[in-house]
Design a protein around this ligand. Sequence first.
Ligand code: SAH
Ligand code: SF4
Length: 442
Amino acid sequence: MNVYDSARMADLLASQGYAETRRQEDADLVILNTCHIREKAADKVYSELGKLAAMKHARSAAGRDMQIVVAGCVAQAEGVEALRRQRAVDLVVGPQSYHRLPELLARTARGERLTDTEFAVEDKFQFLPQPTPQQIRARGVSAFVTVQEGCDKFCSFCVVPYTRGAEVSRQVAQVVAETEGLAAAGVREITVIGQNVNAYRGEAPDGRKWPLERLLERLSHIGGVERLRYTTSHPIDMSQGLIDAHGALPQLMPFVHLPAQSGSDRVLKAMNRRHGASAYLDRVARLRKARPDIALSSDFIVGFPGETDADFEATLSLIREVGFAAAFSFKYSPRPGTPGAERSDQIDEQAKRERLRALQELIEAQRQAFNAAAIGRAFDVLFEKAGRHPGQIAGKSPYMQAVHVTGDVELIGAVAKVTIVAAGANSLAGRLAGGAAKERRH
Ligand code: SAH
Ligand code: SF4
């Protein structure tokens, strides 16, 4: 979501005459769009701000200004504290206020230092300009569209409900218009995103609230949209309707990111996840019934307060039972203001480290096995960019695997059949089947 928000900020500022630069030293304005999900992220922001402060002073000695903005969830959580802790910061702007950047920057240009961390009453999306076809093309053939923000679930480890606010869904017409603009400019894959994307309940032109599967079905009719994905889903919102869509919508890719966090019922309860391990396994079984080749990825937290060796074993056993194509995993990080952080039974760092290593070893073995199983199979690949070596192009399989082949850059933006010939550590090597490639182009 931060990638999406950063792009929206860049679009908004482009309309104010700003252009993006890759080198921080050259910038009149630097925005750090930040994440607050784990502690390290906030520490990184302050260390990055220290470096920027030095750059700002060097520029100011040369008679040039550099404005420094902290955006995103660290901005939301820290507020004026960020202004206090780092004198070089000009503006702190939260994730629900960044549409006001032009007016806020006009004030910082006059020497004010300020924060805006309101949860705007107005809908920020109404104030964000549509990107131009050039801006869209520069970002490639796969794009994110935010359809839902915020969270009402209050898992006991998580800051999201505090930094992103309550669950809000964008209207169907807005999402359709944004997607049409992207597709018309050449985007072929849309990933609809939300903190709880499958809790989507967007107001539709028929006056009803549509669930995610209806939105996806509507988007599948937009010319040029070859592939649809969605992320991130909560297991309790994985409705049968959405599961069935995986069997019914050819554009909906057979890959679902479904965070489990833990395989222990006791820990899941303490996390306030509102489901146990068997409910998670039941969602997986139903997804596989609807779409037998579906691949799954997940998020896991190790070392939540009170987690015993037996609880951790239950997580490994859930992982073994499901068999994931990939997963993200984290050591529990206590977040101030969340119930988990208040608990007296915190797990020591060494146990967390050992559990994380064991879990990642298992996931890595599953990922390698999943990739190795692709050898000899033929997949549709959406080509996204030139490959690392001359004459190579790179894209993604339906299961989110990176695939590279020898082929013409003309194929970028096209879906073509590829036979997988080898599996490396992080990508698959394939051979174009020929012929089929051009037919599917739009
Ligand atoms: N809404 C999604 C998750 C969003 S946060 C869901 O409910 O699944 C992304 C991931 O960060 C989470 O799935 C979790 O695994 C991890 N995470 C969140 N808070 C964390 C914390 N305090 N410590 C460690 N990992 C955390
Ligand atoms: Fe955080 Fe996800 Fe739980 Fe919401 S559902 S509180 S975003 S982990």
